[in-house]
Write a new protein. Structure first.
Length: 271
């Protein structure tokens, strides 16, 4: 008779082994495939999901309200499938928003919170507790697991965001004259053992977009799509990407629209 291992133990072990897994990233061993197989359906992101659910339901701010009436596009408080349809146009805000920008808007408007510090530092440093945005992203994305990606293109602003994202994806700049396309438009390209998906294709986008946000084994933290875009800019030696900027929203929209029809499977588990 097989004895099951408590999930809390598995997640704790995963967190403890994250630095070990990171060190193996420098070797030729496919340790991450073995790591995923060992833990099966368990994902350390579940700890962030639990944190995010607490934040979602917590009564906070001068208006003493929770985020449970935040409209993520499918109606106040509706979470199932909402993440799979973002970014999108929000009439009340007058702009196209991804999940993180919409959450900040709800924190300000519905809870009366000052989110200036969170806007300035939306991502946790390695070894720190997840930020509210990271934890909420993990929780909300998990509610769309199994849903079909359907990033809308009905509103003119949504279509502009897609076209802007396509342009930004191919825009070369910086000291190395890099663009997103430099790394993500070729088959078989790898950087430090990491496969580079072709994100300018439907197949590549469908393999990537539905797995974010994701728990990064090498960092021991959940990372969001905004973080992914920002880190790509860093690797291109470009100035830091402003959180929620037209560039960030455009790139995420470009990736998401191409991934339409794929099945959400996030938070993912990545090196």
């Amino acid at each position: 008779m097989t004895q099951s291992i408590p999930k809390t133990f598995v997640l704790g072990l995963a967190l403890a082994l994250a630095p070990v897994a990171a060190s193996f990233a420098q070797s030729g061993s496919d340790v991450f495939a073995e790591y995923r197989e060992m833990f099966g359906d368990d994902n350390p992101a579940e700890l962030a999901e639990m944190q995010g659910e607490e934040i979602w339901r917590a009564v906070r701010g001068p208006k003493q309200a929770s985020l449970e009436q935040c409209d993520l596009g499918l109606g106040p408080g509706v979470l199932q499938g909402a993440y799979a349809q973002l970014p999108r146009w929000f009439e009340d805000a007058g702009q196209v928003m991804d999940l993180e920008m919409r959450l900040l808007w709800c924190m300000e408007k519905q809870q009366g919170l000052d989110v200036s510090a969170l806007r300035a530092h939306p991502f946790s440093e390695q070894g720190q507790q997840q930020t509210d945005l990271e934890a909420l992203s993990a929780f909300i994305a998990a509610q769309s697991r199994g849903a079909t990606v359907a990033v809308p293109q009905q509103h003119p602003a949504e279509r502009r965001a897609f076209e802007n994202g396509k342009r930004f994806f191919n825009y070369r700049a910086g000291p190395h004259d890099f663009s997103c396309a430099t790394c993500h438009t070729h088959d078989g390209k790898r950087i430090r053992l990491q496969d580079m998906p072709r994100l300018n294709t439907v197949e590549g986008a469908k393999g990537s977009f539905p797995t974010w946000p994701a728990y990064r084994l090498s960092q021991g933290a959940v990372r969001t799509l905004e973080w992914r875009m920002n880190d790509c800019m860093r690797q291109q030696r470009l100035p830091g990407l402003q959180h929620g900027s037209d560039v960030a929203i455009g790139l995420i929209t470009y990736l998401g629209v191409q991934a339409n029809g794929a099945v959400m499977d996030s938070p993912g588990l990545k090196r």
